[in-house]
Design a protein around this ligand. Structure first.
Ligand code: SF4
Ligand code: SF4
Length: 106
């Protein structure tokens, strides 16, 4: 059970926040243009996360709260690396999707 990753049965944060980053990050990660959208001349976001309602990253596969995956996991942008299971934003996203809180993993 040491490798248990709660994110694999969650995905709430991929369908709650705008996942934004400096535009050049997409280029350096080799992210396909079709998966991102411009916010302004400096910032881009993952497509599907820029709107107010119905947020869901286009790269998220599966069913939130059951079994999910990031289809671009090795290329995911910095906000996806930074958000840690159990932190405040994780708990907010999970609550918004009706999922219980997690203990902080670090
Ligand atoms: S960081 Fe939290 S909200 Fe995001 S997928 Fe993992 S458990 Fe879910
Ligand atoms: S790129 Fe992957 S980890 Fe990041 S929000 Fe989208 S599905 Fe989630």
């Amino acid at each position: 059970m040491a490798d248990f990753n709660p994110c694999q049965s969650c995905g709430a944060c991929c369908a709650h926040f705008r996942v934004s980053f400096y535009w050049a990050e997409a280029e350096s990660l080799g992210l396909p243009e079709a998966l991102t959208e411009a916010i302004n001349p400096w910032m881009s976001c993952m497509k599907g996360t820029g709107q107010r309602a119905g947020v869901r990253c286009v790269a998220l596969s599966g069913e939130i709260g059951r079994e999910v995956g990031c289809t671009i996991y090795p290329q995911r942008p910095s906000p996806c690396h930074e958000l840690q299971p159990g932190e405040e934003r994780c708990l907010r996203a999970r609550a918004a999707h009706g999922l219980p809180a997690l203990p902080l993993s670090r």
